[in-house]
Design a protein around this ligand. Structure first.
Ligand SMILES: Nc1ncnc2c1ncn2[C@@H]1O[C@H](COP(=O)(O)OP(=O)(O)OP(=O)(O)O)[C@@H](O)[C@H]1O
Ligand SMILES: [Mg+2]
Length: 295
């Protein structure tokens, strides 16, 4: 999508700046001035319904920039539901309804006039199962940039993205070969290369390593440490050691159950520094979960 086709709202008419384009225009001097410590996301009283059932209730949290934030909790507690809110992916699910606010660098991504496609250009996503397109390795990485009307050197962009995703050396001799012929771990790194090729600001990862072997998992974890120099990363993981190893901050979600109706929904029980969550949790439920007493 070219900048001319970005959506406009009342504010943009006043300032001449389109929603989220203001973010793209940020330069690194802001970071050196300490402004980067403002949250990348401010989540306020976020709830999600699927049809009539509530899946997630009243989540409030700030996500810090250039950190890895882990979302942990038992199956069905709403981790995927929460992470999908950060780039409006829930909208693709019929019947899903999001209420509350998510401010992205201070801008409400759910405000009328904000185009979800633009949101997803800034906030990329990597899924649990690698999902390369049935195209060549090169075309997978170039895909988003082509759609966005990228005018730079495409070969250079593809190489740079594959290098950053720690895949270049393994594929440089076969860029025109099908992405589907790569191994699972390579496909997942290709999906990361595809996500970073559009130069997002945030990368969302929903259990990115759960289908991978320990070696491929380690590569993805190392890669995340590299990437957090430039990106904010939010990762859902079932693997507690992984959360403790890779993340700076951890959010623990848990399922509440209504005794009368048996309705179940997820809440954010505790959110904080990963070391604190794993060694000095404030809430008994967090303590029981991280020590493996339930889950
Ligand atoms: N597409 C959907 N349509 C209807 N209900 C859904 C949908 N996706 C999730 N839910 C419901 O929302 C609740 C939270 O699901 P979610 O997938 O977010 O949990 P999760 O914590 O990611 O679980 P897991 O660890 O198993 O991946 C569950 O009760 C689930 O049944
Ligand atoms: Mg999930």
């Amino acid at each position: 999508m070219s900048p001319e086709t970005l959506p406009v709202d009342a504010n943009s008419e006043r300032t001449g700046v389109t929603p989220l384009a203001a973010v793209a225009a940020r330069d690194d001097s802001e970071i050196s001035q300490g402004l980067a410590e403002k949250p990348v996301f401010a989540v306020r009283d976020l709830s999600v319904h699927y049809g009539k059932s509530i899946a997630l209730k009243g989540v409030t949290m700030d996500i810090r920039p250039r950190r890895i934030t882990a979302i942990i909790g038992p199956s069905g507690c709403g981790k995927s539901t929460l992470i999908r809110c950060f780039n409006r992916m829930n909208e693709l699910i019929p019947g899903a309804q999001v209420s509350g606010e998510i401010l992205y660098h201070g801008e409400d991504i759910y405000a009328s006039g904000v185009d979800p496609v633009v949101v997803r250009r800034h906030i990329g996503m990597v899924f649990q199962r690698p999902n390369p397109f049935p195209k060549s390795i090169y075309d997978n990485v170039a895909f988003g940039a082509k759609i966005n009307g990228y005018r730079g050197d495409m070969d250079e962009l593809v190489e740079r993205s594959l290098r950053r995703a720690a895949l270049w050396d393994e594929v440089k001799g076969k860029l025109k070969k099908s992405a589907l012929d790569l191994s699972g771990g390579q496909q997942q790194r290709l999906c990361i290369a595809r996500a970073i090729a559009v130069e997002p600001d945030v990368i969302l990862m929903d259990e990115p390593a759960s289908a991978l072997d320990p070696i491929a998992t380690t590569r993805i974890e190392d890669l995340m440490q590299e990437l957090k120099q430039e990106y904010s990363i939010i990762i859902v993981t079932h693997n507690m050691q992984q959360a403790a190893r890779v993340s700076d901050e951890t959010a623990f979600l848990y399922t509440e159950v209504d005794a009368e109706t048996s309705a179940r929904w997820g809440i954010l029980v505790e959110f904080g520094d990963t070391g604190q969550i794993f060694t000095k949790p404030r809430d008994k439920r967090t303590e029981d979960y991280v020590s493996g007493r339930f889950g």
